[in-house]
Every structure is written in structure tokens, then in C-alpha cells.
Design a protein around this ligand. Structure first.
Ligand code: SF4
Length: 263
């Protein structure tokens, strides 16, 4: 963990042994440090959930808000003081269910904030309920016979709604994730970095990934590099079962909310 940005007085942290959230925090803080941003001009915002405990461990001003509303609060912060750097930590339930409307409209407005979504496919903190990204067939406390609803693809949702930068990595891909967060932080407009990660306590033990390394192994073996797939796959080919694309999905320059369009 980056010492200068970490509140050691908040230890011990609440994360379960083997949780992916600490790895993601470390990648984000390394990227933030590389921007050279002033800690006094940087603010982290979160909603509710395991992901949302992250700002409490960071040595900046932060807002730990209500469930699903992190982006609404972050929008307020950025509009009130555009000189601040605003970063949101969120989870799949917080972002895409309770906060789903805030998410798509922030993408549409293309407000200049960076959102890091720790996507563990379940509500970890609140009891292991199914979320909008629980894959079909996977079990949770609310889908004991297996989820039967099509999950959201968070990256595709952000692209369709208008975000300027969208990427997806996993807690296994620490170097690529760090570089991607840095690019998101430096891209004007709305950035989403979706990070698929292990939750051994609520998701893993219900879905045959009881040990943290089990899910890390899955992430490693089923993540397909988008760039490579587009270069090598036959036209119309489908991804192998349970596989998913990782990489940079979009980097563009749509007009940013609150910033005059020079064109
Ligand atoms: Fe991490 Fe899951 Fe434990 Fe939450 S419940 S701290 S996401 S392992």
C-alpha cells in the first residue's frame, strides 16, 4: 500500500482474508500517486458495501455516503468545485442496481470523475444477495437454485451511455489495472474501470471458489485480451463459455459536463 496515501491509524481493516479489494485499492493508489495530484485537492467518494469502505483508509478528504448514491454525491462535489480530483469506489450492486440511474446519467453527462467498480458479482457485505452482475447459474442467498436473469455488462453499459474512458481488468491483472486507472484519471470526462475480483466469503464459497486462489485462477484463465481476440477470432465467433474480455474498451473525447466545448 502507498504509505503516503494510507491511514495506518484505521488498521486493522475490515476485509476478509483473501478479498480482492485490497489489491485494487493498492493499484488505484499507485495510479493516483503517479498523477502527482495534491492530496488536499483529491477526494474519494463511496456508497455502501465492502468496496465502499475503501475511502476510509485513504489519507484525503472522503465521503462515505448512502447505498447507490456515490456518483450523485461525487457529481455534487465536482460541480461545486471543479478543481478537485474526484474518484469513486463502488461495487456491482451499489453501482448497477441501487445506483443504476446515477451511473448511466453520469456517463451521459460525461462528468469528469473516475469510477472504480470492484465487481465481485454479489452483495458481499449485506448477506450475499444476487446482484445485477451475478452470472447465470451462480448461487447467492437470493438465487439458491442459480441466477436465471441475464447479467449486466458494466463496461458495455458505460460505453452505450457515453463515458469517455472504459476499461475492464481483474484483481489478477495488477500491472494492466494500474496503467488503466492512470489513463482513466488522466482522461477528461467520465471514466469507468471495472475490476472483476474475488469475494471468497460471500460469492466464492457458494460457487466452488472457496479459496481466494480458486477465483484468481479462474480470472487468469478466463480473461481474454480484447485486442488479441479482435485480431485473431473468426468473424462472428463467440467467446468460450464463462470467458470475458479484458482491456481498454473505449477512449474518446465527447464533450465533458461543465467544460465549454472548444469545437
Ligand atoms: Fe471481501 Fe467478500 Fe469479505 Fe466483502 S464479504 S470483505 S467483498 S471477501
Amino acid at each position: 500500500m502507498r504509505d503516503d496515501w494510507f491511514r495506518e491509524d484505521r488498521l486493522p481493516h475490515i476485509y476478509c482474508a483473501g478479498c480482492g479489494n485490497g489489491t485494487i485499492m493498492n493499484c488505484v493508489l499507485e495510479a493516483v500517486e503517479r498523477t502527482g495530484w495534491d492530496q488536499k485537492k483529491t477526494i474519494f467518494v463511496s456508497g455502501i458495501g465492502c468496496s465502499s469502505r475503501a475511502p476510509g483508509y485513504i489519507l484525503t478528504d472522503s465521503l462515505h455516503t448512502t447505498h447507490g448514491r456515490a456518483i450523485a454525491f461525487a457529481t455534487g462535489v465536482k460541480m461545486a468545485n471543479p478543481s478537485l480530483h474526484v474518484v469513486v469506489f463502488t461495487g456491482d450492486g451499489d453501482l448497477a442496481a441501487i445506483g443504476g440511474n446515477h451511473f448511466i446519467h453520469a456517463c451521459r453527462r460525461n462528468i469528469d470523475i473516475t469510477v472504480v467498480c470492484m465487481n465481485n458479482h454479489i452483495y458481499g457485505m449485506t448477506g450475499g444477495q444476487g446482484s445485477p452482475t451475478t452470472p447465470i447459474g451462480k448461487t447467492s442467498t437470493t438465487t439458491p437454485y442459480g441466477a436465471d436473469e441475464a447479467p449486466f455488462d458494466l463496461a458495455e453499459l458505460a460505453i452505450a451511455a457515453g463515458a469517455n474512458y472504459v476499461a475492464r481488468w481483474t484483481s489478477f491483472h495488477v500491472k494492466q489495472l494500474t496503467e488503466s486507472v492512470l489513463t482513466g484519471l488522466n482522461t477528461p470526462g467520465f471514466s469507468l474501470i471495472e475490476v472483476r475480483c474475488q469475494c471468497p466469503t460471500s460469492y466464492g464459497r457458494r460457487n466452488k471458489y472457496r479459496e481466494p486462489v480458486d477465483y484468481m485462477t479462474y480470472l487468469k484463465s478466463h480473461a481474454v485480451l480484447k485486442e488479441k481476440w479482435e485480431r485473431t477470432a473468426a468473424p462472428g465467433a463467440e467467446l468460450p463459455a464463462d470467458s470475458f474480455l479484458v482491456g481498454e474498451f473505449v477512449r474518446r473525447q465527447r464533450p465533458v459536463m461543465g467544460v465549454p466545448d472548444e469545437a
